[in-house]
Design a protein around this ligand. Sequence first.
Ligand SMILES: NC(=O)c1ccc[n+]([C@@H]2O[C@H](COP(=O)([O-])OP(=O)(O)OC[C@H]3O[C@@H](n4cnc5c(N)ncnc54)[C@H](OP(=O)(O)O)[C@@H]3O)[C@@H](O)[C@H]2O)c1
Length: 278
Amino acid sequence: MKVMIIGSEGMLGHDLVDVLSLEHDISTTTIWTLDITDINKTIETVRNINPDVVVHAAAFTDVDGSESKADLAYQVNAIGTRNVAVACRETDSALVYICTDYVFDGTKGSPYYEYDQTNPLSVYGKTKHLGEVYIRDLLDKFYIVRTSWLYGFHGPNFITTMLKLAETHDKISVVGDQIGSPTYTLDLAKAIAQLIEKPAYGIYHVTNSDHCSWYEYAQLIFEIAGKKVELDPVTTEEFGSPAPRPQYSVLENYNWKMEGFDKIRSYKEALKDYMSLL
Ligand SMILES: NC(=O)c1ccc[n+]([C@@H]2O[C@H](COP(=O)([O-])OP(=O)(O)OC[C@H]3O[C@@H](n4cnc5c(N)ncnc54)[C@H](OP(=O)(O)O)[C@@H]3O)[C@@H](O)[C@H]2O)c1
């Protein structure tokens, strides 16, 4: 198939290029070649490529920064996604949109299903959710892929941050009361490659399986790294990030499994693989 990847220089975008180019004819755009906030340019670019599938992995991903730069987050995540959807409608391309666990408020206390009520808390979550709404209003052929706590080789992430902090700090404070599923971008890219083979359009939760708090995640990182570091579990309130985050945002990969795809491996196994290559 002809597959267009928007946001190919991002953390996930890089892995999407590596994985999807194995089976497909790939075209890529970056912020330098296509700013998705420009509707005319977006339509023109997608029309010129005329892809079977567009994978839209571009976003304003600074969760805390979105609180003070709400206009920019809205322009990119909501309007930019609308523009991509309009372009896909013109070329009759299927669209894969990468969304987030932050569309939920985290109060459910058990894993979120695809059909659970959304209620984003942060500006970032709200703008990403609006992207979903535009796609559902404008397109028939779409895969909305909600994922969480991404890490990969091509971007700063929690693991590299922890390892760097350990070089200069004897003690590191880590949030202990937010629970989620760390997800390896390479595993997510492989899942998207499987998904686009099937016209089973709709919303999917796609994450590595099992879950932890950020504190437990940090413990595992240092265990695998063989480093002794004193970790201090703090509450979300004590940590004091600008953007509110859901306390419990584990995503049940229900539709994924229902479509017959294999359960995605545990975050623990994926993390070991990733760290063995650092
Ligand atoms: N990271 C996570 O933990 C996480 C969790 C759940 C869902 N997601 C979603 O997964 C997707 C991929 O995330 P990621 O972590 O790979 O993000 P990332 O590394 O920040 O990549 C996003 C890319 O989009 C580009 N971009 C920003 N504004 C743009 C615009 N107006 N037009 C075109 N491109 C633009 C960025 O360019 P610049 O870098 O030059 O700005 C960057 O290359 C996003 O949709 C994100 O919302 C991420």
